[in-house]
Ligand binder design. Structure first.
Ligand code: ADP
Length: 683
């Protein structure tokens, strides 16, 4: 055991959280519940961030760059001193696995909520960690993790292990300095490349070699140890769905586990933790091969992003456990008191664009929330761990993860259905996110069948990224919902509040063009044109929609929250409907439909123009007066522009004559049927 200089645990009443975003908010939530005073720290970019707003006190660390703020050890220690914080929770990322930080806290007499520096160091180097795990009897992927880095020796080792092999930087992390080598021919080039990459990223070019498993699952075990020599495992999580070694969807328990395998993996994980004198929450990551063999990959010496799925199935609060252990208490439960109840999923919501190679996105969240009522969800089964709220800015400075959506149900099938409903209920506007991509993953048949491995996204790329064709019903629903939303925005005199069909003066028929938002620039590129006509009440459905050769008798009924029910030819569907600028977004538990929505009817004003042109065709605003009062004009000359329902309407002279007066000025609101100007035609 290597716990020498560690600070002796003692109780504390003030906790500083050296992190930001969702994890800072999540840690403070438990701390508050336990009666602790909470201190946040922030960079200039986060001066008004949610974690700062929620804390009892907050201290500025420095400029936006993480190096100068959240990674600045001295500034964090100083913030703890200023606020009298007895302990620091590091969250994940930033300083959470930094041994020097832990040593600085030990020296300052501040409790680190996490393992001793020696345990972090033991797992920091992949080769050294493997050697220790081997000694502790934890299974390793067949491979080489020796000292010698001689080219010829490494090549021989690769041969002995058998291709394909994986080259990994000993000092590596975050998937950097890692390369698959298919055969002896490519070995030298891959080795050179990996060394260069590793040297650049970690200042260290030592390599290890592993057998490359072709279809492994990523299964990790949550462990917990206290300072009294107790250690338990809180079962496993399957995190196989990854993109570029970044986890996207996680679940607990892992599908298809037997009780025996669960115990074997759990006990191996606790052995790994004990071997290095571990204290607190840790995660031992394993690769689980198709034949049921499992191999140690690495140990994360902190709380993981995906810890909530473990909390859901065990009914425990892991942050509370961490804080109790840090105060010197014993683990709240023994191994035989821990049980699994139901199934849980977590989906990570990133500000990124899956259609553009997951490029991080920025902007202001004009809306961020979850419409539980509209989706008919039980709030006890759904948890949204988020670091943002409506109105918050998403900057380029930090990790693009905005929030985590976590659900729980009695079994995997029900939990997956809940996840899909909850994803549909998630309402994020103003910033591009992977929400719809998460829905495509979570509704994918291979995911439903738990056909999981770490190459899940690559294997299913064709179906996950396929451009979707829309059914006529989707176009029809989008056309109608777009009109409904606009009418609602123009609130007064909305035709929808009356059940007698269209009352708009003109035109009686509205034409709506719809297309993929990506093609919205090309004026002519509409995929569908839907003609919407009002019908008499006696005909049952108030609307008739025509598109291509198809006709739908339609009804729209607003429900709770964002939910609406659209009935087309007697088939009623419940949807969540939103508008993002000119894009109508329809979401159901299966999919998201986004369509750029545009009215195109005013272009052909047609014959009734002469009499209707001088009264407002509908509720709207005056944009501009184009001539002076008293001006002489010729028939057809534009006189005034107004905007209504997102369209500009130009009022033109009905005959040769002159404008006697305008009744409104630019910026005025006009009601449907208002007389806009007095016109005198020549005799
Ligand atoms: P890092 O520390 O850079 O994140 P890891 O060693 O944790 O690297 O590996 C990251 C991911 O790479 C794993 O989750 C898994 O998907 C894949 N991986 C790692 N080792 C192997 C292996 N031997 N065979 C197949 N895939 C592997």
């Amino acid at each position: 055991m290597t716990r020498t200089n560690q600070h002796t645990p003692q109780r504390f009443d003030t906790l500083l959280v050296a992190n930001r975003g969702e994890i800072a908010c999540r840690v403070m939530r438990t701390a508050r519940r336990m009666g602790l005073r909470t201190v946040a720290v922030y960079s200039d970019a986060d001066a008004n961030a949610r974690h700062v707003r929620e804390a009892d006190e907050a201290v500025r660390l420095g400029p936006a760059a993480a190096r100068e703020s959240y990674l600045n050890v001295e500034a964090v220690v100083e913030a703890a001193r200023r606020t009298g914080a007895g302990a620091i929770h590091p969250g994940y990322g930033f300083l959470s696995e930094n041994g020097l930080f832990v040593e600085a806290l030990d020296a300052a007499g501040i409790t680190f909520v996490g393992p001793p520096a020696s345990a972090i160091a033991a797992m920091g180097d992949k080769s050294a960690a493997k050697a220790r795990m081997h000694d502790a009897g934890v299974p390793l992927v067949p491979g080489y993790h020796g000292e010698s880095q001689d080219d010829a020796l490494l090549r021989d080792e690769a041969e002995r292990i058998g291709y394909p092999v994986l080259l990994k930087a000993s000092a590596g992390g975050g998937g950097k300095g890692m390369r698959v080598v298919e055969s002896a021919d490519g070995f030298q080039a891959a080795l050179d490349g990996c060394r260069r990459e590793s040297k650049a990223a970690f200042g260290d070019d030592r390599m290890l070699i592993e057998k490359y498993l072709v279809q492994p699952r990523h299964v990790e075990v949550q462990v917990f140890c206290d300072t009294h020599g107790n250690g338990v495992y809180l079962f496993e999580r399957d995190c196989s769905v990854q993109r570029r070694h970044q986890k996207v969807l996680e679940e607990a328990p892992a599908p298809g586990m037997t009780e025996e395998l669960r115990r074997e993996m759990g006990e191996a994980a606790v052995r790994a933790a004990r071997e290095i004198g571990y204290v607190g929450a840790g995660t031992v990551e394993f690769l689980l091969d198709v034949d049921g063999s499992f191999y140690f990959m690495e140990m994360n010496t902190r709380l993981q992003v995906e810890h909530p799925v473990t909390e859901m199935i065990t009914g425990q609060d892991l942050v509370e456990w961490q804080l109790r252990v840090a105060m010197g208490e014993r683990l709240p439960l023994a191994q035989d008191e821990l049980t699994i109840t139901g199934h849980s999923f977590e989906a990570r919501l990133y500000a990124e664009d899956p259609e553009q190679d997951f490029l991080p996105a920025t902007g202001t969240l004009t809306r961020f929330g979850m419409d539980l009522a509209g989706a008919g969800l039980d709030p006890d089964r759904v948890r949204l761990d988020s670091g943002v709220e409506t109105g918050d800015a998403v900057s380029m400075h930090y990790d693009p993860m905005l929030a985590k959506l976590i659900v729980h149900a009695d079994d995997r099938t029900q939990a997956l259905a809940t996840l899909n409903r909850a994803l549909a209920a998630l309402d994020v506007r103003g910033v591009v996110t992977n929400r719809a991509f998460l829905q495509r993953l979570a509704t994918h048949p291979a995911f439903r069948d738990a056909n999981l491995d770490t190459r899940f996204i690559e294997r299913n790329e064709a179906t996950l990224f396929a451009e979707r064709r829309h059914a006529p019903e989707e176009y029809a629903s989008a056309a109608l919902i777009g009109l409904h939303q606009l009418a609602r925005e123009c609130e007064s005199d909305s035709p929808w509040d009356r059940h007698d069909g269209f009352r708009l003066n003109a035109p009686h028929t509205i034409r709506i063009a719809l297309c993929d938002p990506a093609h919205a620039q090309d004026e002519d590129d509409s995929e569908a044109v839907v003609v919407v006509e009002g019908r008499r009440e006696t005909e049952g459905s108030p609307w008739q929609l025509t598109l291509g050769g198809e006709t739908f008798a339609a009804t729209l009924e607003p429900l709770e929250g964002d939910a609406v029910a659209v009935t087309l030819n007697g088939h009623r569907r419940r949807l969540q409907a939103r508008r993002d600028g000119n894009v109508v977004v329809l979401v159901d538990p299966q999919r998201e439909t986004r369509l750029f929505w545009r009215r195109i009817d005013a272009i052909d004003h047609g014959h009734h123009e002469a009499e209707s042109t001088l009264t407002a065709p509908m509720h709207g605003t005056v944009v501009a007066l184009l001539v002076e009062a008293g001006a002489r004009v010729e028939k057809g000359m534009p006189l005034m522009v107004m905007e209504a329902m997102k369209m500009e309407h130009t009022m033109t002279a009905p005959a040769d004559g002159h404008v006697e007066s305008f009744h409104f000025a630019a910026g005025d609101t006009v009601g449907q049927g208002d007389v806009l100007l007095e016109f005198a035609a020549d005799e």
